[in-house]
Design a protein around this ligand. Structure first.
Ligand code: NAP
Length: 299
């Protein structure tokens, strides 16, 4: 339980509703900022403005996946007001206050550093990234179906990168009957691809590997699908670039060559906000419970 723990939830999307639901069940006291248009009522959660909240009693701040942008603006779909996380607000919190976010920006990192508060980036955690890979891959399947006129079954699918998303994508497309080739740059990853019954290749040989590709799924967060590589792809190939912005594709050249290339960020929040919210809610409740127990032991 989190009885008496004061948590400020600032901005967000449908995923935040699952977090609010879970934390109110655990008896935390929630201040919701940027939620004035939220119609659901949650017992123990109060819709407030920055001015209403006593930040001196706030034990944790929960920001949305995107954190705060370079001017401190926090995204919210539940308010027409623009909300800003200002450095002074963070400084008002007690020393033990922890800030939880999906990803960080220079602004947010600096804000936490100046106030000497711990910043936890949830999307860097393996557990969150692996659980999130499930809705990410389901969203990728949806896009592959929407943007091709062939079945995934028997399609030549290429996955670039065998990280947390790449592995789930390779396995799932293979289970749907696609012929899956996976590009990696480490010998252990190439061995793993072989063990999975898929066709491995080293990404240094990418240009030679793309000649017959129908769907190319990129998870490598650096420019890998260069103009030289795209020039070797069939013009009816589809590139689904899942890597964080700006992706790993030369989109300008893809368009010039007539290869359809789509950057597809934030798929979990689009295709399965409830599941994506539950993933975050479960991890957050576990982390907050650990903090709560630590503080109970110390007091
Ligand atoms: P990850 O576990 O770090 O996987 C990335 C993989 O790419 C790693 O295995 C890395 O290998 C490999 N890699 C890097 N450079 C390479 C190269 N030149 N050739 C071959 N492999 C290379 O990250 P992830 O969690 O799978 O996420 C992948 C990307 O998708 C990230 O940008 C993430 O932000 C994004 N993402 C997008 C969505 C969405 O909805 N679109 C959802 C979740 C994540 P090493 O580790 O050996 O360097």
């Amino acid at each position: 339980m989190l009885t008496g723990m004061h948590i400020a939830i600032i901005g967000g999307d449908a995923r935040q509703l699952e977090i609010i639901r879970k934390l109110t069940e655990l008896d935390a006291k929630l201040s919701l900022i940027g939620f004035d248009q939220l119609s659901d009522g949650f017992i123990g959660a109060k819709k407030q403005t920055f001015e209403d909240v006593e930040f001196q009693t706030v034990d944790a701040i929960i920001l949305p996946s995107s954190g705060a942008n370079q001017t401190g603006e926090v995204e919210t779909i539940f308010s027409n007001e623009t909300i800003h996380l200002k450095p002074d607000i963070v400084k008002e919190t007690p020393e033990h206050c922890i800030i939880y976010t999906g990803i960080s920006t220079d602004y947010l990192t600096q804000c936490a550093k100046d106030a000497n508060r711990k910043l936890v980036k949830l999307f860097e955690r393996d557990d969150v990234a692996i659980y999130n890979s499930i809705p990410t891959v389901e969203g990728t399947i949806m896009m592959a179906i929407q943007h091709t006129d062939i079945t995934i079954h028997k399609a030549n699918v290429m996955v670039l990168g065998l990280g947390r998303v790449g592995m789930s994508a390779a396995r799932t497309f293979s289970a749907l009957g696609a012929r899956v080739k996976v590009g990696a740059n480490q010998s252990d990853q190439l061995a793993r691809i072989t063990e999975m019954g898929l066709e491995p290749f080293h990404t240094k040989n990418l240009e030679e590997a793309v000649g017959d590709v129908d769907i190319c799924i990129n998870t490598v967060p650096e420019l890998i699908l260069t103009a030289k590589v795209i020039a070797k792809m069939p013009t009816n190939a589809l590139i689904l670039d899942l890597a964080s912005k700006p992706g790993g594709t030369d989109f300008r050249y893809a368009e010039k060559r007539g290869v359809k290339a789509l950057l597809a960020p934030g798929l979990p929040g689009i295709v399965a906000p409830k599941t994506a919210g539950k993933i975050l809610a479960n991890v957050l409740s576990q982390l907050l419970s650990e903090e709560y127990e630590k503080r109970e032991e110390d007091s």
